[in-house]
Design a protein around this ligand. Structure first.
Ligand SMILES: Cc1cc2nc3c(=O)[nH]c(=O)nc-3n(C[C@H](O)[C@H](O)[C@H](O)COP(=O)(O)OP(=O)(O)OC[C@H]3O[C@@H](n4cnc5c(N)ncnc54)[C@H](O)[C@@H]3O)c2cc1C
Length: 499
């Protein structure tokens, strides 16, 4: 089922594409997905235009509240994890599940073995500050209203703050414009799926008598979740079967009533700085790429808030797409861009499934389902193997991509950060969108393969093989320690060497 949209028809193409200013990539939308993507592209040296219909001073208050381990790794690969950790936040190393069971994140194989509770505006601020440091600007109060593409590029119509429409021409365009995406509509993609939950209330509040730690409770009438932001405020997520109003701001009393139903207490909540109610759809576009136009983040997929995956999945979409666009700009085959849909669409589909399962279980009504939920969860999560699988999935660390015929077993798998013989860390070398070539002889090829020096870190590693690590931290290629083979791999994955 396609969503209804107030946006103009896809036939509304720009008036004078031949005279429009040209750019490599137009990023539509400066939420977390668009900001990460734009920063990566600018850092890779591409000419990028970023537009957002939001006014400059209006934040995405407060929305997502959790940054998972893999997203923190993505930020670390950009030198931004420390910036985010400097903002108010709370490291949650145990995530409550059903029936008093807990998911222990503290044993995750990562530098960040926790869920970082941190308000979405801080994530956006870190990404925006990076863009500013790189000298890029966001054109605010500016929305896309027309789009057409041909074999050579994309022509967009954008409407600025004074209501005047103008044309832009780019090699590629990426719709990071959220769940009501105009880009999605303009390329005529359906957004099949439907509603899952109504009446989810969110409030960022102070608690006079806070619980000792993050807490979740579910019964047949209600569920609620409370977690601290680290700045005195708590995020309350509450749902009550008895209060299924449509969207629109609930009162604090309504949130407190649902919390009392679930927790048996409202913890003396007061002074909300943000309060909201929303319904949740489960939808996903069938294709993340149509020609030279891509969709990423909420524009491509939406699901329930269970598991806190929305912002995280969008940022990881962006990290997967940015290095591909940069490589193609440097002469890699356009086919490299197909990998974006091939890898990220299944990840989005799995997020829809797992988040939907959690939400349906949390709101289950029948006595049988409730009993099963409360009894089975602690038993299942008592198994170390199940716990490891569940924590790897929820944290994003377990995501692995496919490999081609004849590829080594590790191609497509995540490469964990680790210390190198010279005391540096692998992730430090992936900054600025660089690949890492790791192998015994790799440093010696620095001159032989000098054309890639700016894009590839040549690092010491095992003697008998060479591993090419992508800028998003997954293995691209594994081969023999032979510069001739390596140069073929570099051409494929990173583009042509600089002369
Ligand atoms: C009320 C609410 C609560 C949420 N709570 C949670 C949560 O608890 N946990 C969680 O993980 N996720 C949550 N989410 C989801 C999370 O906020 C999103 O997954 C995340 O913001 C997605 O980022 P994005 O950059 O893809 O899209 P968005 O953050 O939506 O950003 C899209 C940007 O595009 C701009 N834009 C839109 N249309 C146009 C246009 N035509 N032209 C130009 N610009 C345009 C918008 O102004 C916006 O800045 C919540 C969402 C909502 C609405």
């Amino acid at each position: 089922m396609a969503t209804k949209s107030p946006h103009p028809s896809p036939t509304q193409a720009p008036a004078h594409p031949e005279t429009a200013p040209t750019t490599s990539v137009v990023v539509v939308g400066a939420g977390p997905t668009g900001l990460l993507l734009a920063g990566d592209l600018v850092e890779a040296g591409l000419d990028v235009t970023v537009i957002d219909k939001r006014p400059a001073n209006l934040s995405n208050l407060s929305r997502a509240f959790g940054v998972h381990a893999r997203t923190l790794e993505v930020l670390d690969m950009r030198g931004l994890a420390e910036d985010l950790l400097a903002h108010p936040s709370y490291k949650m190393d145990k995530v409550a599940a059903f029936g008093n069971a807990e998911l222990d994140l503290s044993r995750l194989p990562t530098t960040f073995p926790y869920l970082l509770v941190c308000a979405q505006p801080y994530v956006e601020r870190v990404l925006r500050d990076r863009l500013e440091r790189l000298g890029a600007t966001i054109q605010h109060d500016t929305e896309v209203t027309g789009l057409a593409q041909d074999d050579d590029g994309v022509s967009l119509t954008v409407t600025g703050p004074d209501g005047t429409a103008r044309s832009l021409r780019s090699d590629f365009a990426v719709g990071c414009d959220g769940v009501h995406s105009a880009v999605r509509h303009l390329i005529d993609l359906p957004f099949p799926g439907g509603p899952v939950m109504r009446g989810i209330m969110l409030a960022d509040v102070l608690l006079a008598e806070p619980p000792a730690r993050p807490t979740v409770h579910t019964n047949r009438q209600a569920f609620a979740f409370a977690a601290p932001f680290g700045d005195g405020y708590w995020r309350l997520t509450a749902w009550s079967r008895a209060d299924q109003a449509d969207d629109g701001e609930p009162s604090l009393d309504q949130v407190a009533a649902a919390a009392r139903q679930a927790f048996g207490s409202d913890y003396g909540m007061h002074s909300p700085r943000w309060i909201s109610r929303f319904h949740s759809d489960e939808r996903q576009v069938p294709r993340y790429r149509v020609g030279r136009v891509f969709l990423a983040g909420d524009a491509a997929h939406c699901h329930t808030p269970a598991g806190g995956q929305g912002m995280n999945t969008g940022m990881q979409d962006a990290a997967n797409l940015s290095w591909r666009l940069a490589a193609v700009a440097r002469g890699a085959s356009l086919g490299l861009l197909d990998g974006y849909h091939a890898e990220r669409h299944p990840v989005g589909a799995e997020v829809l499934r797992s988040s939907g399962r959690m939400a349906r279980l949390a709101t289950a009504r029948s006595r049988l389902a409730v009993a099963a939920r409360e009894a089975v969860a602690p038993l299942v999560l008592g198994s170390p193997a199940v716990t490891r699988m569940a924590t790897m999935q929820i944290s994003g660390l377990g995501i692995r991509y496919g490999r081609g015929p004849g590829d080594a077993r590790t191609v497509g798998t995540r490469v964990a950060d680790h210390e190198l013989p010279d005391g540096t860390r692998l992730f430090e070398h992936l900054r600025a969108g660089r690949f890492a070539l790791v192998g015994g002889a790799a440093p010696a090829w620095d001159s032989e393969l000098a054309g890639w020096r700016n894009r590839v870190a040549f690092l010491t590693g095992p003697e008998n093989q060479t591993v090419l690590v992508r800028p998003d931290g997954y293995t691209a290629w594994v081969g023999a320690p032979d510069p001739a083979d390596v140069s073929v791999a570099l051409r494929t994955w990173c583009g042509e060497p600089a002369s």
